[in-house]
Design a protein around this ligand. Structure first.
Ligand code: 5AD
Ligand code: SF4
Length: 441
């Protein structure tokens, strides 16, 4: 979502004369778009700011002004504290206010005689109603944010506090944005939300749509692939199962976080489902779409997690055989209920469990990649390559696929003969010169 937000900041700053710049030495403004989800990410912000300050000072020495901004969830959570600890920062603004950037920039450069901006409001108006239609950077695989915020309040998570309560965009706005992305060359649309399957946007007639219904409508558009992320097991619904069953364009890979395989831990995490509920969802999806594979997020060392609880997580990993999975050591976040819980798991135990878990996840992932050897798979070349003659694309199961080919193939889908499944990716060769679809369709 931060990638999506950063791209939209580019769009909103364009009329002011700003454009993306990879070189911090010549930048007129640097925006650090931040994540607050774990402590490590937050810590990085201040060390990064210290580094970026040098560019600002170098510009100042040349008589120029460089604006330095902190955006995103750390800005939302730390607000004034950032302004105090890093007084050289010009703007601090949360994820729901970046549509106000033109005004904030004017204030920061002193156009109205004001200076420092700290903007951590949750404005009444919605940013999506103020963002420009034009999008500068549309890749072969594009994000489309449809839902934001969360009302679930898992006890470990800062999102409900930093992103705010759940909000769904209107169906019309979403479909218009999808059309523009496709016109701009997107072949794959990845529908985004913190809790994307809780989507409940309204159409023009005021009827509420769920995610399943929305996916059916997006599939009517000339898009090749559709994905959605991130979903919550509690919000699976009939039309979403139907979408998996009936829509070939909906990719057979789903990121469905479990967090823990232990019912006791799931309960104190406030996930509001059991391990068995989760298995039933997996089974139903497999029944509807037999080739589907899964990804997940898992936390180890949540307060109160015993070896037995951890084993239940390992059992779940073996049951689902995730083909990729993010795993984290529990990190106490200020202001969340879990931060005050008893039964802290020692750091050493957390690390040891994480290693065991990641080894097991890696084994399943490698086994799946190996199983793909000898198959011919459609691959969307969706990443521009740094190395001439080397292309990177994605399989339907979201595996990275490395192939040789001309960079003009960027944005095309080609058939690839998979030669090797490595622990983290696939390597293959293009089967024929036949291109299934090109960037222009
Ligand atoms: N500690 C560790 N991991 C966390 N996540 C969210 N909050 C925490 C935390 N306090 C993980 C969850 C979530 C993913 C985005 O980050 O697994 O799904
Ligand atoms: Fe955080 Fe996801 Fe739980 Fe919402 S559902 S509180 S975003 S982990």
């Amino acid at each position: 979502m931060n990638v999506y937000d950063s791209n939209r900041m580019v769009d909103i700053l364009k009329p002011l004369g700003y454009s993306p710049n990879e070189d911090p030495e010549t930048a007129d403004m640097i925006i650090l778009n931040t994540c607050h989800i774990r402590e490590k990410a937050t810590d990085k912000v201040f060390s990064e700011l210290g580094r970026l300050k040098q560019y600002k000072e170098a510009q100042k020495a040349k008589g120029k002004t460089m604006l330095l901004a902190v955006a995103g969830c750390v800005a939302q959570a730390e607000g004034e504290f950032i302004a105090e600890r890093a007084p050289y920062v010009d703007m601090v603004f949360g994820p729901q206010t970046y549509h106000e950037l033109p005004e904030m920039v004017a204030n920061a450069i002193g156009a109205f005689g004001k200076n420092r901006v700290v903007n951590t409001d949750f404005p009444n108006e919605n940013k999506f109603d103020y963002l420009p239609n034009e999008q500068a950077e549309i890749g072969a695989s594009a994000f489309l944010s449809i839902q934001e915020g969360c009302d679930k309040f898992c006890t470990f998570c800062v999102v409900p506090y930093t992103r705010g309560s759940e909000y769904s965009r209107s169906v019309e706005q979403i479909l218009d944005e999808a059309k523009r992305l496709i016109d701009g060359g997107a072949k794959e649309i990845n529908v985004l939300g913190q809790n994307v399957n809780a989507f409940h946007g309204e159409d023009k007639l005021g009827n509420e749509w769920d995610l399943g219904k929305l996916l059916f409508a997006i599939a009517e558009l000339p898009v090749e692939r559709i994905r959605y992320t991130t979903s919550h097991p509690r919000d699976m619904h009939d039309s979403l199962y139907a979408a998996h069953r009936d829509l070939d364009k909906l990719m057979p890979w789903l990121h469905l976080p479990i967090q823990s395989g232990s019912d006791k831990i799931l309960k104190i995490m406030n996930r509001k489902h059991t391990a068995d509920d989760y298995k039933r969802i997996i089974d139903r999806l497999k029944k509807d779409r037999p080739d589907i594979e899964f990804g997940s997020d898992i936390i180890v060392g949540f307060p109160g997690e015993t070896e037995e609880d951890f084993q239940a997580t390992m059992d779940m990993v073996d049951y689902v055989k995730y083909t990729s999975c993010y795993s984290f050591k529990y990190s106490a976040r200020p202001g969340t209920p879990a931060a005050n819980m008893m039964g802290l798991v020692p750091e050493k135990v957390k690390s040891e469990r994480l290693t065991r878990l990641q080894t097991r996840i890696g084994e399943h992932q490698h086994a799946f990649n190996k199983k793909c050897e000898g198959l011919i798979m459609p691959v969307l070349i969706d990443r521009e390559s740094d190395t001439p003659g080397r292309l990177v694309g994605h399989s339907e199961f979201n595996q990275s696929v490395y192939i040789s080919g001309n960079e003009r193939l960027y944005g095309s889908t080609v058939y690839v003969n998979i030669l090797e499944g490595t622990p983290n990716a696939l390597r293959g060769e293009i089967v024929t010169d036949e291109i299934i679809t090109t960037k222009t369709g």
